[in-house]
Design a protein around this ligand. Structure first.
Ligand code: GLA
Length: 410
């Protein structure tokens, strides 16, 4: 599928504090304080199940399904049209248009359809000269005109990819689009998709609301190991992506999120336990929750995952502090994320081939061993009582137990 990858203070007197502030604001980029992503974005994107085979009927059907399945009620609100919507050529005056065979009513009309359902409209473009998979003209050199067009169509979310980007500097290319989007006056979430090749977590907080940290998430447990050192967005299983996120938590927070790529929950290739584990760990990472399955044919098992409000609440927690791995004993791992009001979300993750007991020790969380903590199981939807020192559970192979720990004294 993948072609042409780009390789690419303040104890001083008030007066001096004010001066420092002025100097800082004069040299920094404008900043993307658009307030659109206080918590990680949630929605649905066409790529993981339809790739380039999209058209307006499919996208409309998916917008309808967002309501019928309860996805919208659960908080998923963006409907994002990924690669495959564009006409291959720009108009003589340089504008993007939709492929008339796939989107005969045009993108404004599609946006209206999505908005009429109380949902938000997302669209795809590329920072280079061509979209990935040769799917249309890239936005390089056309940032202003494309941003203006997206605003005119009522777009609420722009994902910008990194194919055919040879010779471009990622930071300048994405800053250009970020400024162009802001200049339209229409609030639009900006999602950078350069696969982590240029370490956007270091520089993109002022530029984008979210940035991809890895290659594409493929619908498998751990395939694609050979791609791990390669730049360029190559697909790999979600457990490999998870491993590459361990050191990134400090870079993300409200309005600026690490994006380990869209969910593969509900697509063939992952078992029920693996899908549940994938969803739980994305919530620990404070990842955007962008579903990528065909919502029209979602099984009850899959909707029990995507619609688990207790896990979604962890992902969308108001503190906005991502979590990471706090313990690894071979294939048995403990992941934890601090939550508002001093609680902690914990995932006991079993990568081994058989069921195993996994323990989270209060020490793993830097808590006093004597602390009394109430434990709630977020998949069983049951309280597990007040515990001291530790909590142990039996975890299925390739599965998780996910709990919320609330210290009694906080
Ligand atoms: C890249 C991106 C994917 C998707 C495809 C479209 O692989 O990383 O998320 O947008 O391009 O071609």
């Amino acid at each position: 599928m993948l072609t042409n990858r780009g390789i690419p203070r303040a104890t001083a007197a008030i007066g001096s504090f004010a001066l420092i502030s002025i100097l800082i604001s004069a040299v920094s980029v404008p900043g993307l304080e658009n307030g659109l992503a206080r918590t990680p974005p949630m929605g649905w994107n066409s790529w993981n199940s339809f790739a380039l085979n999209i058209n307006e009927e499919t996208i409309r059907a998916m917008a309808d399904a967002m309501l019928q399945t309860g996805m919208k009620r659960a908080g998923y609100d963006y409907v994002i049209v990924d690669a495959g919507w564009k006409n291959k050529e720009r108009t003589p005056d340089g504008k993007l248009t939709a492929d008339p065979r796939k989107f005969p009513s045009g993108m404004r009309s599609l946006g209206d359809y999505i908005h009429a359902r109380g949902l938000k409209f997302g669209i795809y473009t590329d920072a280079g000269t061509q979209d990935c998979d040769g799917a249309g003209p890239g936005s390089s050199g056309h940032e202003e005109i494309d941003a203006a067009m997206f605003a005119a169509w009522g777009v609420d979310y722009v994902k910008e990819d990194w194919c055919k980007s040879e010779g471009l500097d990622a930071r300048s290319a994405y800053t250009k689009m970020s400024r162009a989007l802001q200049a339209t006056g229409r609030p639009m979430v900006f999602s950078i998709s350069e696969w982590g090749d240029n370490h956007p977590w270091v520089w993109a907080a002022d530029v984008a609301n979210l940035w991809r940290t890895t290659g594409d998430n493929k619908n498998c447990w751990d395939c694609g190991r050979e791609t791990m050192e390669k730049p360029g967005g190559y697909p790999r299983g979600w457990t490999l992506i998870l491993d590459s996120q361990v050191a990134l938590k400090s870079y993300a927070g409200p309005n600026h999120w690490n994006d380990p790529d869209m969910l593969q929950v509900g697509n063939p290739g992952l078992s029920f336990e693996e899908s549940r584990a994938h969803f739980s760990l994305w919530a620990i990472l404070a990842a955007p929750l962008i579903a990528g399955n065909d919502l029209r044919t979602m099984s009850p098992q899959i909707s029990s995952i995507l619609l688990n409000e207790e896990v979604i609440r962890v992902d969308q927690d108001a503190l906005g502090a991502p979590g990471t791995r706090v313990r690894k004993d071979g294939d048995l791992e403990v992941w934890a994320r601090p939550l508002a009001e001093g609680s902690e979300a914990v995932v006991l993750f079993n990568r081994s081939a058989s069921a195993a007991k996994i323990t989270v020790d209060w020490k793993d969380l830097h808590w006093d061993e004597q602390e009394e903590v109430s434990v709630r199981d977020l998949w069983a939807h049951q309280d597990r009582g007040i515990k001291r020192k530790e909590y142990t559970a039996s975890v299925p192979s390739h599965g998780v137990v996910m709990i919320r720990l609330k210290p009694a004294h906080r």
